[in-house]
Each structure stands twice: as C-alpha cells, then as structure tokens.
Write a protein that binds this ligand. Structure first.
Ligand SMILES: Cc1ncc(COP(=O)(O)O)c(C=O)c1O
Length: 394
C-alpha cells in the first residue's frame, strides 16, 4: 500500500493502461518532462558553456545514481548508449590472437550479445555456446566445465531475459577466476528488481541498461569495471573523452585517464542522461529490498493463477531462482498477447517463453489478476482469433 500511495501517481501511463511490461520498458516517471526541459534550457540558454557547466562529466557522474542499485561505489561506472556497446568496449581491452581466446556463453544469453561475440571470431575469438534445452535454466555444471585455461571472457546474464531465472553468478566467478578468465555480468534484467552486489561478487565487469526496471528510458547503459582492473585494462575502442587532457587536442596516440572516463570514447548522449535521472532517483528512494518483497508476492500470485488455469509457466517456481517476470505459455500466446495490447494491457510475447508479465513496485496486485482473467476471457471468447493471420505473416 505504501509503495502505491507514494509512487504510483508519479507514472502517468498507469492511469491509462495496465502496465505489466517493466522487463522491456519501465513506465516513464512524470519527472522526465522536467528533466528534458532542463536539458533544453541548458542548451538553449547556456549554449556551448553547458559542456563545462555539467555536460562533460555526466557520463560518469550520473553513474553514481546507478552504483548503489547494483552494489558499486561512487565513480566506478561509465555510461554508454547500449549494452552491446559496453561489451564492445570490454572486448576491445583484450587480444584474441593468443592461446587464451575462448568466449563461453549460454544459449539463453541475450541474442544481441551472442551476435556481437560471434563476430569477434574474425579477430581470433573462439565461441563456445552451452545449450539450454529447457529454455528456463542454464546447465551450471556444463557451463563451469567449459570455463578452462583457454577462456578469456564469460559474458553471462544475472537474470535470463526469457525465463527470469536467477543465475548462480558466484559459482561462475569462482570458477572463472580459478582459471584466469574474466566474467562480464549482465545485470540488465536484475537491477531494480533483485538485490545486487557486484563488488561483493568480485565480478570483473558488470553491465546493464536503465530502460527496464530502473525506469530510466532508452539510451543509457552502464559499465562497471572492478577497481583493480580499471587502470590496467586499455580499451581499443577509445576516444577523446578518455584522454587525460582532451582539450589540449594532442595528436597521435591517446594518453588515457586511469578512472572510469578511460572506458568512454566520443561525445556522450546528453539528452538520455537527463531523461534517466528521475527514475533512478525514485528507485534509490524506495530501495531494492521493498521492491523485491512486493515483486516476489506478485510473481507468486501470477504463477499460481496461470497454473490454476492449466497454463504452462516458463519461469522458476522457487522465488530464490526467480526475478521479476513470469512467462506464461497459454494456448495461442502470441495472438493473446496482441489482443491484450489492443485492450491496453501492456505485456510482450517471446518465442519459447510465452506472454511475459512483469509487474513492478507501481502496480496494484489486482492488476496481476486482471491480466490473467483477461487472458482467460480472450481464449474463451475466441477474441485471439482475429490476430491469427497477423501472427502467421509476422
Ligand atoms: C539481459 C539483456 N542484455 C542485453 C539486452 C539488450 O541490450 P542493448 O542495450 O544492447 O539493446 C537486453 C534487452 O534489451 C537484455 O534483456
């Protein structure tokens, strides 16, 4: 009740829709209107002076609003346009031409990350993808066995996007570090919905974006690099933001900074850095513990409601293994999803997952029941059928 009375009113779209899709795009806080207005004011009124009055260091400074949400410290995060690019910055620190050139990942890793690493084969990388036949959990033993002395990088999601399964990151870090490999923990589907401690885990890198559970909108992804590695590694994907003295416009090779600016490159994405702040501030005020407690309750109710209707659930039942989404594979799930969208019940559909339902701290618990009841009604009345042709041709 407290979360609702304090925060629901901050998200205008909740008055108009049943917003169950925070795993994809978190609801926009009303403060974003004001945030983007201050961006326009600073550009409009201060002009080029805005760079030295705050714009220049935003891509590290705003990272401090993300740090407490993932267990990082001040100054430990640099901000980029998307997660795929953060992987590119990390990968550019390494050389795939030596004997340690293997990338180990799981089939359930987010596809964009798989596409990126497969292309690194042209630089000498070998890619081993561990199959995940049930599309819900990873095979931890197989993954650990694949991490050997030739492994360079292990990009792995803390929470799998398809099933919301929470991966045992500690076991992976332990194994990787025993054989000298680096772990890149993608906390995109975890940050803002489950407690995280990237420092405590000892991961080499953590990456993620703000547009889902952090309600920060598109265009901002974060990169945490472990303290002892930060000044040692050297990204080849670099640029003047990483230079010790960028305004000297020195020619030739870069003289890189040792702090998080070292991981930046060209001109940062200033409008997105303004837009992301209201969401991050709200998340910090609420705290992840309260969010997680409510999330576990709502997802448990969704699982129970889906099962009682005889639908398959592609999300772990045990809350210790489950983050914020419930993937419900009812009959005709794709068509049902389209009809839900037409009724302003916002969810999405993913192959091998089903309808992904993702309540957040701002949802009323009755919205979970309402979503399931509407799915049932859509199936009973045949309202899904009008979308059948669109789905076949999609
Ligand atoms: C776990 C995970 N990683 C990465 C991405 C996408 O990253 P990018 O910021 O490159 O679009 C997503 C989804 O959008 C995701 O769920």
């Amino acid at each position: 009740m407290d979360l609702l009375s304090k925060w629901r009113g901050e998200f205008p779209i909740l008055d108009r829709t049943t917003y169950m899709i925070s795993n994809s795009l978190g609801a926009m806080p009303r403060g974003v209107y004001e945030g983007l207005r201050s961006y326009a004011d600073s550009w409009g009124e201060r002009g080029v002076r805005a760079w030295e009055e705050g714009w220049w260091d935003m891509a590290v400074r705003i990272g401090d609003k993300i740090a407490p949400l993932i267990g990082a410290g001040p100054g430990e995060i640099s901000l980029h346009q998307n997660v795929t690019l953060t992987q590119a910055v990390i990968s550019s620190c390494f050389d795939f031409r030596g004997p340690r050139n293997k990338i180990v990942m799981v089939e359930l890793e987010f596809p964009s990350i798989q596409y990126f690493y497969h292309e690194q084969r042209r630089l000498g990388a070998r890619v081993e993808v561990i199959p995940t036949p049930d599309h819900i959990r990873i095979d931890l033993d197989k993954l650990l066995a694949a991490i050997d002395e030739t492994t360079l990088l292990v990009p792995i999601s803390q929470v799998l996007f398809r099933s919301s399964y929470i991966v045992d990151a500690r076991a992976i870090v332990e194994r990787a570090h025993r054989v000298g490999a680096h772990v890149i923990l993608d906390v995109f589907q975890a940050a803002g919905t489950i407690p995280l401690n990237v420092r405590g885990l000892g991961v080499d890198f953590a990456v993620g974006g703000v547009l889902k559970w952090l309600c920060g909108g598109p265009g901002v992804a974060y990169l945490y690099v472990r303290e002892d590695l930060r000044s040692k590694l050297r990204p080849a994907l670099t640029g003047w933001m990483a230079h010790r003295n960028p305004f000297a416009f020195e020619t030739g090779a870069i003289d890189p900074r040792n702090d998080s600016f070292r991981y930046l490159n060209g001109t940062p994405h200033i409008p997105a850095l303004y837009a992301c702040q209201p969401g991050l501030e709200i998340l910090n005020k609420i705290g992840i513990v309260a969010i997680r407690e409510k999330s576990v309750r709502m997802t448990a109710g969704l699982i129970e409601g889906a099962r009682s209707r005889g639908w398959r659930v592609n999300t772990p039942e045990n809350p210790v293994e489950r983050a914020g989404t419930v993937s419900v594979e009812c009959p005709h799930a794709n068509e049902v999803c389209r009809e839900l969208l037409a009724r302003d019940i916002l969810v999405d559909y993913r192959p091998k997952a089903g309808v992904r339902v993702s309540p957040h701290f701002y949802n009323r618990e009755d919205e979970c029941d309402f979503t399931l009841a509407q799915m049932e009604e859509i199936l009973k009345t045949g309202a899904w059928e009008k979308h059948a042709a669109a789905v076949t041709h999609a």
